[in-house]
Write a protein that binds this ligand. Sequence first.
Ligand code: BGC
Length: 442
Amino acid sequence: MSSTALTFPASFTFGVATSAYQVEGGIENDWAEWERQGKLKEPHARCGLAVDHWRRYAEDYALAKAVGATAFRLSLEWARIEPERGRFDGAALEGYRERLLKMRAQGLRPVVTLHHFTHPTWFHASTPWHLPESLEAFRQYVRRCAPLLEGLDALVISFNEPMVLLLGGYLQGLMPPGIADGAKTMAALGNMVRAHVIAREELGQHLGRVELGISQNMLAFTPDRWWHPLDRSLVRLAAPAYNHAFHEALSSGHLRVFMPGVASTDVRIEGARDSVEFVGVNYYTRAHLRFMPRPPFIDFKYRDPDGRGLTDIGWEQRPEGFLQLLQEVKRYGKPVWVTENGIDDRKGTVRPEYLHAHLRQVLAAREAGVDVQGYLYWSLLDNFEWLEGWGPRFGLYHVDFDTLERRPTPACDYFREVATGRVLVPPASVAGVASAQPSAAR
Ligand code: BGC
């Protein structure tokens, strides 16, 4: 890469990402129920107060500013806003509006996710995503959210990682609502695309113009045994289905998944064509796919063939896969936002180099003509990590889970240096970060 290619233009946005349930605290929803049923890895773990962001939000916005962020991704918690079906909580709505205005006033552009995995407890009991009634329920919710976004120039994300919810919650039954049914999964998939169209209608009616997209979890896939024809076929089928079905549907209007023996669908969705202003990419790792002779036929593993060291949660570090996926989404002809990228690094020593390696791929993608406009680090703070509970630490800021005190990790200095200096320097050249670097290949 040329030296100019190591520079971010002034228009490029650096920001941080969070989600309501993982940080706010005091939320009663389908995940809280799931926890009470003992279904996390550690059966006694509870999200509870999370990291108390609902009360400490002003402090947390200041922490985001302190690392040079100019955008802040948050999600609205449906269960807080509509705790019982049809009863909308005015105080919760006002609370969000107040937070969004404060964020804006502090120079942080809000990136607002309407749906980040969680639901009010009544939702699955009466209108789960595989039923058409889910659409009206979502419409009513979005209608109440729309006024919160007025005058903010926010980016809006309808759904965070819908494929993760569908696979985890509807196909494998590992997260709420705990359904394991291929036909219901495909019905829910179609309805979530329809719900995105509904969000567009409702926000458009209220706000006129809206910058809407989805955040899609994208994995770099590779055959576990490079020489095995069935592992290779799996990659050819899974990559378009997992990574692109949503992007494709919201671009062409055609929803297609073809995974014989697992789940397939092929349908046109009215209104879905050209229904995003940007493409949201969440990137973490690569998955090695292996064909299994019995249903569900697919097994996937994280491996470390390049010797960079698996992350603490056990994921491969594979920055090259990031570039590949950013290049793949160029085909949709829209601006691209990295809506999540980050590492579970419990000592905080590997994160600066992880950031460096991944931001380099963002620059390489831009040089290759991909219009990447922003990068949101996941996450501002250590937080509640779903089925993994309180083990992983993705935060730029370390949180003491007993006292809730926030403390910068070495990556804060590094992030600030790049976000404000606009030049991608190696971590070793940033004072205070160099000494924190681990030795060897990590
Ligand atoms: C999710 C986040 C999660 C992160 C790390 C993404 O899949 O959107 O909620 O914390 O990955 O696992």
